[in-house]
Each structure stands twice: as C-alpha cells, then as structure tokens.
Design a protein around this ligand. Structure first.
Ligand code: NAD
Length: 338
C-alpha cells in the first residue's frame, strides 16, 4: 500500500486538530469520520463520508486503520472493537481510565492476537525540541542522566463535565509528563511521591480532582524526576523541560510567535508562550500521524506502543494513591509481556 486508508472516530477538541492535519498528509486517505454528533461532522466535513456510530465505520472494509479520538471512557471498548474488525489503531492517550492493569494488558493481547498494531497519542515525544533533547540523551551513558525536570501548565481550567469523560489532572494531564520523563531518561519509574491540591478551583473537590500538583519521581537506577503541573497559567501554555547530568544541562524553553527579547531602560519583555496545546504542539500532532502512516505502509513497528501506555498508566495509578495517602508509592518496573 502507498496510502493508508483511515477512519476517524471522535471529532471533538483534539479530533478536529488531527483531522485538519490528516487532510494535509499525502500518505493518508481519510475514508470516513464517525461521531455521535453526526450533524456537527456533516457540517464541518462535507466532503467526507460521515457515520453516527463507530460500529458503522468499523464495518467499512476499505478502512485499514482507525484513529480513536473519543473521550477516554470509550477507549477500551473502541480499541477492542477496532482490533476485532481487523483495523490498526491510533488511540489518543491514555489507553483507559481503568485502575486495572490486567484488563488493559488483556486488550493489548487481543490487539496482538488480531495481528494489528496500536500507537498511543503521546504527541509530545514528536515535538522537535523534546526529540532533540532525547537524541542528546541517547548520546550519554544512562548513569550520566541525573535529573529530568518538567514544567507543564495548562492555560485554563477545564469544564467539570469534560473532566468526567477524559479523567482528572493526573490521568488526563500528568500522564503526558510521566511518559515524557520515562522517554527522555530511557529508564522506568520506580517510585512516585505526589503533593496536590485545589489552589485555583475548590469546586474540583466535588469531582475528586485537583488543579495543582508536584510529583517527585525516582527512576530504577536511583536518578530523579520532578513534575510541576497547574491547570491555570495566566501567561499561556507553559511547557518546559530540563535534563541535568554529568554532561551539563539540556533545556527546552517555551515557544511563542516571536522569540525576540526586547530590552529597555526599565525592563525586558518577550512574547507570551503559545496559548494552548493546539498551537504549541501543532507540529507534534502532525508528525505522530505521519509516523503512524509511514510505519504501517512500510510494515514497521509503530513508534509509541501499548506498553508505553501501560508504563505511564502504572505511574498515574501510583500517583493517585500517593496523593490520597500522602506517601511515596513503589512501582513495578518490569515491562509486561504481551
Ligand atoms: N494528546 C493530547 O495532547 C490530547 C489533548 C486533548 C485531549 N486528548 C485526549 O483525546 C481524547 C478526546 O478528548 P477531547 O478533549 O477531544 O474530548 P471531546 O469530548 O472534546 O471529544 C470527543 C468526541 O468524541 C465523540 N464521541 C464520544 N464517544 C463516542 C462514541 N462512542 N462514538 C462516536 N463518537 C463519540 C463526541 O461526540 C465528541 O465529539 C481524550 O482521551 C483526551 O485525553 C489528548
């Protein structure tokens, strides 16, 4: 095959970003879109065949792979259905909101048994800055990588109704950082200690969520990670990363429309970072789907696996426990066999 025939399930906040990208990728042919809100997709995408249910789209034989961009509470069921229909899968992170790892591993085993692949939407791995730091990290001996420090702050609070469908701060947001920390260090996380609270919106307690979090990670070789999350940074979408070690430091700063710093007698100014994830990670969202299509067309393994989802989810589950108990929680670093 020289083009991947693709179906999309879910065209909400993130689905629409991906669909706009898909239109620009020459190796992908978008065959159909399914969304429970069929009127919305018919109006937005008049040139694409639209379906109201995932089942209708999965029944289209011509489709070789599907992207699951629906809310997290549907991922497990849709991944299973897609695999059973013989479709390769790109699934937005996280794989599920379940605290039951065994169930998730069963899903990955079923996907493997159906001889299809799954890629998880850890888009930040494809960001040019973070992948440059990853490339530099690979040049080092693992013991030289001592501390990874991630600042990840959203520009504003999410509606409670959306949080119920996609998960709270740890499962929806910090999940990215757990994956990024493991990706950059190339080591598994052995312990997590979390402090978190509602410093911005106390009503989040009503849905058992928080808006501010600090996590201290210990990797399997004793090196460390620090994650600093907030749901509301008034200056924009704050995404920074620092890798420190015996070699010195690699550091990725925020990006904005202009990186020029203006100095005057009184002060120095620079433009705010990009306002949201759609703009900050535009290139990364594009690159992850290009890689997904190229891997399937060339018969290679996709770059971000179901195992990566399990390893990040393990840390998220332990982080929830740490938040509730106030204690550091040990994490199994053994990679599961699928
Ligand atoms: N990688 C990232 O940076 C990133 C960013 C945002 C969201 N996400 C993830 O993407 C997923 C979607 O989040 P969102 O904010 O776009 O949610 P959303 O609620 O805005 O969109 C979900 C869409 O899926 C549709 N839908 C839901 N269940 C369906 C079903 N069973 N069949 C057909 N359509 C269905 C809804 O009608 C809606 O249009 C979540 O898992 C979230 O964690 C990832």
């Amino acid at each position: 095959m020289d083009k991947l025939k693709l179906g999309v399930i879910g065209a909400g906040r993130v689905g629409q970003i991906h669909i706009e990208n898909i239109f620009t990728i020459p190796t992908i042919e978008l065959v159909g879109i399914a969304d429970a809100n069929i009127a919305m997709i018919q109006e937005k995408y008049p040139t694409v065949k639209c379906y109201k249910t995932a089942d209708e789209l999965l029944a289209v034989e011509d489709i070789a792979a599907v992207c699951i961009f629906t809310s997290t509470d549907t991922h497990e069921e849709l991944c299973l259905k897609a695999a059973r229909a013989g479709k390769h899968i790109f699934c937005e992170k996280p794989l599920s909101m379940s605290l039951d790892e065994v169930k998730n591993i069963q899903i990955l085993k079923e996907i493997k048994a159906q001889r299809v692949q799954i890629q998880i939407g850890f888009n930040r791995r494809f960001d040019t800055q973070f992948s440059e730091i990853k490339a530099k990290a690979i040049e080092q001996l693992p013991e030289n990588l001592q501390v990874v420090k991630i600042t990840s702050r959203d520009p504003d609070l999410l509606p409670h109704a959306l949080i119920k469908r996609i998960g709270g701060l740890i499962f929806d947001f910090t999940m990215h950082d757990f994956d990024m920390a493991r990706f950059i260090m190339g080591k598994n996380i052995q312990e997590v200690f979390v402090k978190g609270d509602t410093l911005i919106d106390p009503t989040l307690r009503e849905i058992d969520d928080i808006d501010t979090l600090i996590a201290v990670l210990t990797f399997e070789d004793g090196s460390f990670g620090i994650i600093d999350n907030s749901r509301k940074a008034v200056y924009g979408y704050d995404q920074r990363l620092e890798l420190f070690g015996s070699f010195g430091m690699f550091k990725a700063e925020n990006i904005s429309d202009s990186m020029v710093e203006a100095y005057s007698e009184l002060d120095m100014t620079r433009k705010n970072p990009y306002p949201n994830f759609a703009q900050r990670y535009r290139q990364a969202y594009h690159a992850e789907l290009v890689e997904f299509a190229d891997s399937l067309i060339e018969g290679r393994e996709v770059p971000v696996s179901g195992i990566d989802a399990i390893m990040a989810q393990r840390v998220a589950i332990a982080a929830e426990e740490s938040l509730k108990t106030g204690k550091p929680i040990k994490i199994n670093t053994e990679v599961p066999l699928i």
